[in-house]
Design a protein around this ligand. Structure first.
Ligand code: OAD
Length: 254
C-alpha cells in the first residue's frame, strides 16, 4: 500500500493527534454499521426508530431486546487489525486521544488507553428514571429489568437521538480536537452531530485532516488526505509505513 511521503514524514513528527472513529472501524469485527440494513426480525425497523427516548417510552421491551442483541454481538466480537493499529499509534504519539462514537467497547478491549466514548457504552446500563447506573441486572429475564433503587426501567447507557452527549466526554473531545496537529476521521459517515463537527473544529485551528473510509463522505472534500479502503487494512499499513523501525513494539499484521 502506498502512502504520500509527505503524510508519513509529517506523522513521524506529530505530538498531538486525535482519532475519531465510527461504526466502520468495527465492521471488520463482524458488527454491522449503523446505517447498514438490518436483518431478520429487525429488518422492519430503522435504528433511528429504535434509538430514541420516544421509542423506549412507547415500547421499552422492543428497545431493550434490540440492545440485548447488540450487546451480545459486541461481546462475542473481537477487535480487528484496525483497532490494534490504533493501539500502536497511541504508543508512538505523545498526546493521543481516541474519540469514538462506537458503543461496542472494542477499542478498550484491543488495548487503547485514552478513549473518549461520545455515545456511551452498550455494556453499561442505567435507570431511565433516576439515572443511577446498574452494575447487575437479571440478564436471563426476558422482561425489561427494573432499577433496584427506584423501580424505574433500566435502559442501555448509550446516547439516543435527541439526547445530549455526556458533558465530560464532549468537552474532552472538543478540547483535543481544537489543539491537535492531526485529526483522523475513520469509518464514520459524518452524518451525526456534534461528532461530525469535530473534524471541522480541528481543521479551523490548523490541523491536518486525514480521512479513512470505504467511500467518500460529506467531509471528504475538506480533508488533506483521503485514504479510501478498509480501516482494518489501511491502518496497520499506515502504522508500519510511518514507524518501520526494528525497535518498534511489534509489526502489525496487515
Ligand atoms: P455509519 O453506519 O453512519 O457509517 C459507517 C461508515 O463507515 C460509512 O461511511 C462507511 O462507508 C464506513 N465503512 C464501512 N465499513 C468500513 C471499513 N471496513 N473501513 C472503513 N470505513 C468503513 O456509522 P457512524 O458514522 O459511526 O449514534 O454513525 C454515527 C452515529 O450514528 C452512531 O454512533 C450512532 C448513529 O446514529 C448514536 O447511536 C447516537
Amino acid at each position: 500500500m502506498n502512502f504520500p511521503s509527505s503524510l508519513l514524514s509529517f506523522l513521524r513528527k506529530v505530538e498531538r493527534a486525535v482519532v475519531l472513529t465510527g461504526a466502520g472501524v468495527s465492521q471488520e469485527s463482524g458488527l454491522r454499521t449503523f446505517r447498514d440494513a438490518q436483518s431478520g426480525l429487525w429488518a422492519q425497523y430503522r435504528p433511528e426508530d429504535l434509538a430514541t427516548p420516544q421509542a423506549f417510552a412507547r415500547d421499552p421491551q422492543l428497545v431493550w431486546d434490540w440492545y440485548a442483541l447488540r450487546r451480545e454481538k459486541a461481546r462475542s466480537a473481537e477487535p480487528n487489525p484496525g483497532h490494534f493499529a490504533l493501539v500502536e499509534m497511541e504508543k508512538r504519539i505523545a498526546e493521543f486521544t481516541l474519540i469514538t462514537q462506537n458503543v461496542d467497547g472494542l477499542h478498550q478491549r484491543a488495548g487503547s488507553v485514552r478513549v473518549v466514548e461520545l455515545h456511551g457504552n452498550l455494556q453499561r446500563v442505567k435507570c431511565s428514571r433516576c439515572g443511577q447506573q446498574a452494575s447487575a441486572w437479571e440478564a436471563a429475564s426476558p422482561k425489561v429489568p427494573q432499577c433496584l433503587r427506584c423501580g424505574g426501567l433500566l435502559r442501555p447507557d448509550v446516547v439516543w437521538f435527541g439526547e445530549s452527549l455526556p458533558p465530560h466526554a464532549l468537552a474532552a473531545a472538543i478540547q483535543a480536537s481544537q489543539t491537535c496537529q492531526v485529526f483522523f476521521s475513520i469509518g464514520t459517515s459524518g452524518l451525526v452531530q456534534p461528532a461530525a463537527s469535530l473534524a471541522y473544529a480541528a481543521r479551523e485551528r490548523g490541523a491536518v485532516v486525514v480521512e479513512i473510509n470505504l467511500e467518500p463522505t460529506p467531509l471528504t472534500g475538506q480533508v488533506d488526505f483521503f485514504l479510501q479502503g478498509k480501516s482494518g487494512e489501511i491502518l496497520p499499513a499506515l502504522v508500519n509505513a510511518t514507524w518501520p523501525s526494528e525497535d518498534s513494539p511489534g509489526q502489525i499484521r496487515e
